[in-house]
Design a protein. Structure first.
Length: 155
């Protein structure tokens, strides 16, 4: 067998492996957060204060070894209802005295569950953490805890 044929065979095998891995990642089933048992339940101000006090400790508590978030239920008062660029609802749970709040992004499937929610309502949402609260010294402001794949558990 010539060197040229060996190189072609090795490249062909490499391409097949790459395509196989890509297909596996693309067709991997998404995590069904709403069907998963809740790991922690908190008030919005509690989780915000936990992150502002010690972000590393909070991340160790809420994220597993692979960086996936535990499933959380967060209760709080609706301060703002908005929509992101993907036309998904975003609900901010925050009381007037809190430095930061919990921003919950809903999915296409759960968007309609926010239709009857109004500013001032006390609700409980279920979702997973994308990032914790922090203080941005460059902007001079606090950043909210971000929860994604959210749905309303109770109103």
């Amino acid at each position: 067998m010539t060197t040229k044929k060996k190189i072609v065979i090795v490249l062909g095998i490499g391409i097949l492996i790459a395509v196989g891995i890509g297909a596996m990642m693309f067709f991997k089933p998404q995590r069904d957060v709403q069907a998963t048992a809740t790991d922690f339940s908190y008030q919005a101000s509690e989780i915000v204060n936990e992150y502002l006090t010690d972000a590393k400790k909070a991340n160790d508590k809420y994220l597993d070894e692979e960086g996936n978030s535990k499933v959380l239920e967060i209760s709080g008062i609706v301060a703002v209802i908005s929509e992101d660029f993907n036309h998904q609802k975003v609900v901010l749970l925050k009381s007037a005295t809190d430095k930061a709040g919990v921003s919950a992004s809903f999915t296409k499937e759960t968007n309609s569950h926010t239709d009857n929610v109004k500013v001032g309502d006390k609700i409980t949402i279920k979702g997973v953490i994308r990032s914790g609260a922090s203080f941005d010294s460059d902007l001079g402001m606090y950043e909210n805890v971000i929860i994604e794949k959210s749905d309303i558990v109770s109103k």
